[in-house]
Design a protein around this ligand. Structure first.
Ligand code: BGC
Length: 538
C-alpha cells in the first residue's frame, strides 16, 4: 500500500482537483478502484457472515458440538483470521512476481475453494478447512487491493481511492448481516429451519468472488508494476497510463506522470543499493529488509508504532461485536422475532455510513468508543440477571453498541490502513506494511478466539477489558503518536530518529535532475500557468 510520505519530485504539471471533485473527474479510475474494492467486500462479507450463521437453529442442529462449545466456536471464527495473516504475509512476493492483477485472480481462486467447502460443510473439520482457505485469500486481498489501487491512482487522489477498500469491507459486513437476516426465515426461524438458511449466505460470497475473478481478465496491469519489469515494458506502461487517464500517450500530463513513476522506480533501486550495499540476490535482499526493520533503531521504532496501532485497533473490540453481535444482543434480551439479527443489521448500516466521511481525529473516536464501551459494560453489569424485565435497558445497551461502531468507523477504522504506509522510508515500506497488516490479523485472531469464552465467563467484564484498550488508544495517541498526515518524510526522521528521510529527499532530487525535471533548490522550476504541484513518488 504505497501511499505514504515519500520524498517528492515537483513538476509544473497540474493533474486536476483532489478530493471528491477529483474522483468525479476520473470516472474510469473510480470505476476500476470500486471494482478492485470488491476484494474489500469479500473480506468484510466473510467476517460478517459468520455471526448470523452461528445463531441459526439449523446450523446448531448440524454442528451441535460447535453450537455448545464456546472455545470451539472461537476457533472456528478465528481460523479465518489465522489464514488471513499467512495470506497477507505471503502475498508481497507473489504480487511482485505474478503482478498485482494476477495475484487478485489467484486469491479469488482460493476464495472460491474455501467458500464452496464452507457452504457444503457436513462436518466440523470441513467448516474449519473452508474458513482457513478463504482466510488465506482474504489476507492476500487485504494486502494487494490497496496496493493495486494506489498504483493506478495519481498521487493527489491516492488516499481517497485507497480508502475505498475500507468502504468495501463495511459494504461486505452490511450485506452479510442483512442477507443472514433474510435467509434465516427459510423454513422458519424455529425447529423447521432449512439448512439453506445458513448454506445460502455462505455460498453467496462465491458470486462476488466470481465477478472479481472474471473482471481481472479486463483489469489493466499497474503502470508501476510494468515499469518494475524493466525497459521491455516501458511502452506498455505509458500506453496503460494514457488509457487510465483517458488521454493520448503524447499528453504532457501522462508524460509527466510516467516520469514520476520512472523516478520512483529508480529511487527504489538506488535506495535499496544504498541501504543494503553488495546484496544482489532477491531473496537475500528481502531477508535483509525484514532484518533491518528489527535491527535498525529508527526503523524498529516506526515498526513498533505501526504494529501497536494495528493491535490497538483490534483490541478496542470491533470484531468482538462484528463476529458476536447477535449473541450479545440475545443475551441483553433482544430476542423476539429475530430482533437480534435486526439489531446486528443496524450495525452494518451504521458502520458503512460512518465510513463515508473522510476519517477524523483518532482521539475523538477513541473517546467516543471508550464512553460507549463503559456504558455498555455498566448496563450489562447492572442488568445482568434481569434483562427480561428491563427491555429499555437492553435497547439502551444496543444504542451504545451502535455508538461504539459509529466512533470506530470514522476514526481508527480507516486510519490504521494509512499510517503505516506514511511513516516508513520506501526501501522497507512494503515489508513493514506487510508485517503491520499481519499483526492486525493476528490480533483479530486473538479477539475472535477469546471473546466467546470471555462472554461466557467474565460476561460484562468483556466490555471493561476492551474499554481498557480504548483508554490506552486515547492516551497513546495524545502523548506518543506523531501527526503523519501531510508530514514530509524528512520530518518523520525528527520524530523517529535516523536520517533516512533526509537522504531519500536528496536522492530523489538528484534523480529528478537526472530525468530533467528538477533542480538542486529542492523543487522543480518548470511552472505552467503559474502552478506548481507537489507530486509524490509512487
Ligand atoms: C478492521 C476489521 C473490521 C472492520 C470493520 C477494519 O478496519 O481491520 O477487522 O472488521 O474494520 O469495519
Amino acid at each position: 500500500m504505497a501511499v505514504g510520505a515519500t520524498p517528492v519530485m515537483q513538476t509544473g504539471i497540474s493533474h486536476g482537483d483532489a478530493g471528491y471533485k477529483g474522483l468525479v473527474q476520473n470516472p474510469f479510475l473510480l470505476f476500476l478502484s470500486c471494482f478492485a474494492s470488491i476484494g474489500g467486500v469479500l473480506y468484510g462479507y466473510d467476517q460478517g457472515v459468520i455471526s448470523g450463521v452461528l445463531v441459526m437453529n439449523n446450523f446448531a442442529k448440524q454442528f451441535p458440538t460447535l453450537a455448545h462449545d464456546a472455545t470451539l466456536q472461537g476457533w472456528m471464527v478465528s481460523v479465518l483470521t489465522l489464514g488471513a495473516m499467512f495470506g497477507a504475509l505471503a502475498n508481497g512476493p507473489i504480487a511482485d512476481r505474478l503482478s498485482r492483477r494476477w495475484s487478485i485472480l489467484l486469491a479469488n481462486v482460493l476464495f472460491l475453494i474455501g467458500s464452496i467447502i464452507q457452504a457444503a460443510s457436513v462436518n466440523v473439520p470441513m467448516v474449519f478447512i473452508g474458513r482457513f482457505v478463504a482466510g488465506l485469500a482474504v489476507g492476500q486481498l487485504s494486502m494487494v487491493v490497496p496496493l493495486y489501487i494506489s498504483e493506478l491512482a495519481p498521487p493527489h487522489l491516492r488516499g481517497g481511492l485507497v480508502a475505498l477498500q475500507q468502504l468495501g469491507i463495511t459494504v461486505g459486513i452490511m450485506v452479510a448481516f442483512w442477507f443472514n437476516f433474510g435467509t434465516q426465515h427459510i423454513g422458519g426461524t424455529g425447529d423447521g429451519q432449512s439448512p439453506v438458511a445458513w448454506r445460502l449466505p455462505l455460498a453467496l460470497q462465491c458470486l462476488f468472488s466470481l465477478i472479481l475473478a472474471g473482471g481481472t481478465f479486463f483489469l489493466p496491469y499497474t503502470p508501476r508494476w510494468l515499469m518494475m519489469q524493466g525497459l521491455d515494458r516501458e511502452d506498455e506502461a505509458l500506453a496503460t497510463l494514457a488509457r487510465l487517464r483517458r488521454v493520448a500517450p503524447s499528453d504532457p500530463r501522462v508524460a509527466d506522470e510516467i516520469l514520476q513513476i520512472k523516478a520512483s522506480a529508480l529511487f527504489d533501486n538506488e535506495t535499496t543499493a544504498a541501504m543494503f550495499p553488495g546484496v544482489t540476490s532477491s531473496s537475500r535482499l528481502s531477508l535483509e529488509r525484514y532484518k533491518s526493520l528489527f535491527t535498525v533503531r529508527h526503523l524498529n521504532r516506526r515498526l513498533l508504532t505501526a504494529c501497536l496501532l494495528q493491535l490497538i485497533q483490534q483490541f478496542t473490540g470491533i470484531n468482538a461485536i462484528i463476529y458476536y453481535a447477535p449473541q450479545i444482543f440475545r443475551k441483553i434480551g433482544l430476542t423476539g422475532s429475530s430482533v437480534d439479527l435486526l439489531a446486528t443489521g443496524v450495525i452494518g448500516i451504521i458502520n458503512f455510513l460512518c465510513t463515508i466521511p473522510p476519517p477524523s481525529l483518532l482521539i475523538v473516536g477513541g473517546v467516543g468508543m471508550g464512553i460507549s464501551q463503559l456504558i455498555v459494560a455498566t448496563l450489562y453489569a447492572v442488568y445482568n440477571s434481569s434483562w427480561a424485565s428491563h427491555s429499555a435497558a437492553g435497547w439502551a445497551t444496543a444504542v451504545f453498541v451502535w455508538m461504539y461502531i459509529c466512533n470506530f468507523a470514522f476514526s481508527i477504522g480507516c486510519v490504521n490502513w494509512v499510517i503505516p504506509a506514511e511513516i516508513f522510508p520506501l526501501g522497507v515500506r512494503s515489508q513493514a506494511v506487510g508485517v503491520a497488516i499481519g499483526v492486525n490479523w493476528l490480533s483479530n485472531f486473538c479477539v475472535a478466539l477469546i471473546t466467546p469464552r470471555m462472554l461466557d465467563s467474565i460476561e460484562f467484564g468483556t466490555f471493561y477489558f476492551y474499554l481498557a484498550f480504548c483508554v490506552f488508544l486515547v492516551v497513546w495517541v495524545y502523548f506518543f503518536l506523531p501527526e503523519t498526515k501531510g508530514v514530509p518524510i524528512e520530518e518523520m526522521d525528527r520524530v523517529f530518529g535516523g536520517h533516512q528521510g533526509e537522504q531519500d529527499r536528496v536522492r530523489m532530487e538528484n534523480i529528478a535532475i537526472q530525468l530533467g525535471v528538477g533542480s538542486k533548490s529542492g523543487g522543480a522550476e518548470s511552472k505552467k500557468d503559474g502552478q506548481v504541484e507537489q507530486v509524490e513518488s509512487v
